[in-house]
Design a protein around this ligand. Structure first.
Ligand code: SAM
Length: 184
């Protein structure tokens, strides 16, 4: 069985966008308790690495790294474990919520922007990136940047995501490194 209800969100996103392809290298940021990592393995990814601050029970077919995704040594370590750059970076990371909506929103956008920066370091040409965001608008800058660097950027609210939660996902495909270099 799946370890988290969150697993169904990735299943629904993958059914709609066909993100996980057999043979791919996949990174799952904010992996605990391991649902998305399980889905990535089950859907045929060749190498899957899950990263979380919290421990994650072993997932057959995946590697787990316990630590902060902002660790500057992580991108190189991941590329080594994966045997090359990643085809897909997933982030379901969420901060500990404060109950103060504006603060929570700023924190989650901070995580999403960090995940995007991380994806820029580890993604292979043509790769994909999925991140959780909250409805609220302050991710506009991030979206503008993503639209210049990926061929397609879409929002999605998977049915398994509670309707009363403002959580949604940004799904970007077709990473083009040359556009990133132009911007930098
Ligand atoms: N997708 C997971 C699943 O299906 O089981 C659920 C992920 S849970 C909603 C969010 C996770 O993000 C938490 O386990 C939290 O520890 C992790 N997280 C938050 N900040 C992080 C950071 N800076 N580095 C790594 N993981 C982080």
């Amino acid at each position: 069985g799946w370890r988290s209800r969150a697993a169904f969100k990735l299943i629904e996103l993958d059914d709609r966008f066909h993100l996980i392809q057999p043979g791919q290298r996949v990174v799952d940021l904010g992996a605990a308790p391991g649902g998305w990592t399980q889905v990535a393995v089950k859907r045929g990814a060749a190498r899957v690495v899950g990263v979380d601050l919290l421990p994650v029970d072993p997932v057959a077919g995946a590697e787990i790294i316990e630590g902060d995704f902002t660790d500057p040594a992580l991108p190189d370590r991941l590329i080594e474990i994966l045997g090359g750059k990643a085809d897909l970076v997933l982030s379901d990371m969420a901060p500990n919520t404060t109950g103060h909506a504006p603060t929570d929103h700023i924190r989650i956008i901070g995580l999403a922007e960090g995940a995007l920066d991380f994806a820029f370091d580890v993604l292979a040409e043509g790769g994909g990136f999925v991140t959780k965001v909250f409805q609220g608008g302050s991710e506009k800058q991030m979206l503008a940047l993503m639209k210049r660097v990926f061929t397609s950027v879409r929002h999605a609210k998977p049915p398994a995501s509670r309707k009363d939660s403002s959580e949604l996902y940004v799904v970007a495909t077709g990473f083009q490194e040359k556009h990133l270099i132009e911007l930098r």
